[in-house]
Write a protein that binds this ligand. Sequence first.
Ligand code: SAM
Ligand code: SF4
Ligand code: SF4
Length: 340
Amino acid sequence: MKKVLRDVHQRPLEDLRISVTDRCNFRCTYCMPLDEYEWLHKSKILSFEEIERLARLFVELGVRRIRLTGGEPLVRQGLTELVARLAAIPGVEDLAMTTNASRLAKLAMPLREAGLRRVTVSVDSVRPETFRRMTQRGDLAPALEGLREAKRVGLTPIKLNAVIEKGVNDGEILELAEFARSEGYELRFIEYMDVGNANRWRSEKLVSKAEILRTVAARYPLRPAGEPRGSRPAADYEYVDGGGKVGVIASVTEPFCGDCTRARLTADGRLVTCLFASTGEDLKTPLREGAADDALRERIAAVWRGRSDRYSEARLVALGSAGGYRPEDHAKIEMISLGG
Ligand code: SAM
Ligand code: SF4
Ligand code: SF4
């Protein structure tokens, strides 16, 4: 039997998130609010062949689930080819994508045919004005169309991600829950996190898991769904009336670092082990210099073995301490490079 690769805290390597581009057609205020960024030059972005080769090595080291993300993964040209390559790797049990759905109406079917299993769609509001305010460049109608098409072609079960920001869409929690219930999507509310530095996160913008659940349960009573952390890292609840499931990813108020089994590969080939990291291990250089599979695999394994990240747990302690928590004191890689 294959030996399980574990980090310093005994967490196994099981998931890989691959960011296929740092670009996005939206400018969500909580993610990449600035007009323009210093985009990665094309020559620095991993080719599909390079991504496939690294993904294979990760799978050999224990990864079972792969998720494509970005930036917005659907702005990368020819993505169906990458999906087909990844779907063909033996040992990949789940191949999913997180997307803003703006280009999904056209691409859902080809992606499904290439081997994508399911999608998670980020929709923070079902009101056109709020959607535009939060995404700055996005329109609700094409995103909803993409969502419907994903359902139609069977990229299911579809999960919805909604980041809740105080004073922006916290008055729409119930509306989002009702939309997901009526359309048969599993909604996961996400606590607003201080990922990256561009969003200028402040704890006052946070709406906690407790507040979110209170709002939903006041109208639709909830109970914890069977297995806790059934769809890690969301804490799952089900509607008592049989209306399906709903979850909250409570990275700030209830960190789940103890269960963190995810590695992240950036579009320029860095291996990053925490969403709040300031650096990553460069895999692209050895890859392009002709390193053998064994050497690359050992490099990845060494990073995972030495991994000790527990950022969100440390943040929670700091938030409750006399000195407080100052996000600006921590330089972090931006979400557009990491992909969540
Ligand atoms: N563009 C795709 C999308 O939006 O679904 C994929 C990449 S996006 C970075 C991945 C996820 O990260 C999205 O669901 C988004 O809502 C979430 N996200 C981005 N910034 C966040 C923040 N500051 N706090 C919580 N979640 C965030
Ligand atoms: Fe783009 Fe997704 Fe970030 Fe919004 S959350 S700016 S859609 S990468
Ligand atoms: Fe994992 Fe880092 Fe998030 Fe903790 S803070 S759950 S270690 S990504």
